[in-house]
Design a protein around this ligand. Sequence first.
Ligand code: DAH
Length: 345
Amino acid sequence: MATDPIEQLEQTLADINNYQISNLEELEAFRIKYLGSKNILKPLSGLIREIPNEKRRDFGQLLNKVKKAAQAKFNETKEALEDAVASNVESIDLTAPAEPIELGARHPVSLVMNQMIEIFERIGFVVAEDKEIEDDWHNFTALNTPPDHPARDMQDTYYLMNDPQRLLRTHTSSVQARTMTTSKPPIRIIAPGRVYRNETISARSHCQFHQVEGLFIGEDVSFADLRQTLYYFAKEMFGASKIRMRPSFFPFTEPSAEVDIWLGTDTEDNRRLTKNTGWLEILGCGMVDPAVLENCGIDTEKYSGFAFGMGVERIALAKYDINDIRLLFENDVRFLSQFKSAANF
Ligand code: DAH
């Protein structure tokens, strides 16, 4: 370092001019060094005593110049840095597109269920939803399935806390009983929802699944109305050209039938869906047994009705060629994201 005081001042002036300041922290360091209460110019000004008289004036002027340079540099840099901060804020482009938000996909069960609902709504059915924790009466007894009735064996039931009166509903047919006891005909409902059965979980069956139940009660409702309603559904949902009804048994309907829809064997998809028969079984149905109507306080002299019920998972598995029902309950995004492009009902 130069020992001559004037040279020292000149060096300091050069240092000030070359000092690089790129942020407010560095500016503060600069202020402390050159303008603070213990700044390095203070000891330099004490050197005036070493200066011969005739040069003291020059020294004094140079010292002032250095101080002013430090102050000026501080002021200018401060302003420039503050401006930069302010203009940065303003430079946020509020019209720029936002970061994309990853869109989810509807669950295949929802896709199928919503499509079913939408089709029945078109012909005047309204959605009715009710309890998943049911009592024995609405799930069984009202539906003509008293205790010890062999039909109870068809549906292995989960009872709550070993209470024989409280159970997880085994079918959405329970909503029939709920609706008929609380509203007056005409009744035209579709009841989608979750049901439970004490079954071993495998690729083909699960202890929880979804059903869509339908119920139509009115004056002069006939089997032909049932058939036509289901034909309309089969046509809209699957593009089926015909349906067939096979006699069957359910405690709450008489007569009862199982319904197959004709998809044919022309396309590979349809051969797969129908196991090469052309026919796909989709639901159970029938005319509501007068005993059920009576249980629920509906005048059987005046009213009759039909009901039907179908499993949603079975149809989703068939429609999307899924070979294991468990996939529908695992919520693995690699599986679910495949339905992103499916129609968004
Ligand atoms: N509840 C029946 C089941 O879970 C399905 C069913 C069949 C519902 C016939 C009905 C019907 O309304 O009429 O297997």
